[in-house]
Design a protein around this ligand. Structure first.
Ligand SMILES: O=C[C@H](O)[C@H](O)[C@H](O)COP(=O)(O)O
Length: 374
């Protein structure tokens, strides 16, 4: 009863904006962005509600939420809206979680959030009839593999798993899943689905990836899948790329070209781009699975196409780009192997080669999972 009341209250707060298929609470901080030159049109991303006995299904111990009273962590059917914000500290957990005071508690909260999102994404997108599954890189994907392995051989024995690098290759093998390589995938065939993490996700489901120095193989695997599904925690949910993730856009470069690429990046308005160090594990530059280096290139928050159209009358500040504009410029710089912007189309819009996810799952700090779909 308590939860039904909460859901009803939230539904009453939904604002219907003509021409926009997005749901948002009236008091969302995004409200102040509506009508501003850079944030005039809310993108066509639907924010769906997810809940439903997830803890039971995922086998989670809710007491692992260190600070939220058990009674307030509800998985019964309740509406959960995206908490997307325009800028600033978008990763600040809701007030119900501010009791997570120690670093250890915060870290635990993040891990639990990742795991919740991973189990829900696998539940929703891994169909028993699928045979080819892409597995991305990073700390969140660990839980994706855990969720898949938990389905047991009855479901997974007919599936082959395609890694995006050395880490995911090890994850697949350690989970007892069948390893296969994207180089063996016939050109006229696709993966059924690929799961991967992200460093930041914007309102149009553009992504920043590569924070862990994996992006090139990830992009190939994502673009080889009919559906790419992103799994993340609440810190990654953002309105515009570059607001929460301040380290810059990861760019994989040929080492001998790095100085020239840095120069080009500065000319495009990047604020202090730099070669990522391998420290503390390795002296010198960070070397990717592909023998390349990573340059991290910070830019001012990236606009969506709708932002740019509305701002056409005003000259944009130097270095202010839309995601698509910047990505198209970066990928053309000689020496750039691949960029950590996943942008353009998703698997619902094109038959193959899509970089953007069809859905992004965010484990929230209050124990719910928010899903954004294309
Ligand atoms: O380079 C790493 C990959 O792009 C990861 O998917 C991304 O950094 C997210 O990693 P995590 O799940 O550890 O936050």
């Amino acid at each position: 009863m308590r939860n039904r009341t909460a859901a009803t209250t939230l539904r009453k707060r939904v604002l219907i904006i003509p021409g926009v298929t997005r749901h948002r609470p009236r008091n969302s901080s995004l409200g102040s962005a509506v009508g501003s030159p850079f944030y005039p049109a809310l993108p066509a991303v639907q924010v769906a509600a997810v809940s439903a006995s997830l803890s039971t299904w995922a086998g989670l111990d809710l007491t692992s939420f260190p600070t939220t009273p058990r009674s307030s962590v509800s998985f019964s059917h309740r509406t959960c809206f995206a908490t997307t914000r325009r800028a600033g500290p978008t990763s600040t957990p809701p007030s119900s979680c501010t009791m997570a005071t120690t670093a250890e508690q915060q870290a635990q909260l993040v891990e639990t959030s990742k795991r919740l999102a991973a189990f829900q994404a696998v539940k929703d997108y891994l169909k028993p009839e699928y045979t080819r599954i892409g597995i991305g890189s990073g700390s969140t994907v660990v839980y994706v593999v855990e969720a898949i392995a938990a389905l047991g051989p009855a479901v997974t024995s007919t599936m082959a798993f395609y890694p995006t690098g050395a880490q995911s290759e090890e994850l697949i093998e350690a989970a007892g899943l069948r390893l296969q390589y994207i180089s063996k995938l016939p050109a006229d065939q696709q993966l059924d689905v690929a799961f991967d993490g992200a460093d930041e996700v914007d309102d149009d489901l553009n992504l920043i990836k590569g924070g862990g120095a994996c992006l090139w193989q990830e992009k190939i695997v994502a673009a080889s899948a009919r559906q790419f599904v992103c799994v993340a925690d609440f810190r990654k949910l953002s309105s515009r790329l570059g607001t929460a993730w301040k380290k810059g856009i990861p760019i994989e470069v040929l080492p001998m070209a790095a100085p020239r690429v840095l120069g080009e990046l500065r000319r495009l308005g990047s604020l202090d781009p730099c070669i990522r160090p391998g420290l503390p594990g390795k002296a010198g530059a960070c070397v990717t699975d592909n023998g390349m280096w990573i340059i991290d290139a910070p830019f001012p928050p990236l606009l969506l196409s709708g932002d740019a159209e509305a701002a056409a009358a005003d000259p944009r500040p130097v270095g202010t780009w839309t995601v698509d504009e910047l990505a198209d410029r970066l990928i053309k710089i000689p020496g750039v192997a691949e960029i950590g912007l996943f942008y353009g189309k998703n698997g619902l819009q094109v038959a193959s080669g899509a970089q953007k996810p069809v859905a992004a799952y965010f484990g929230m700090a209050d124990g719910t999972v928010t899903v954004k779909t294309a």
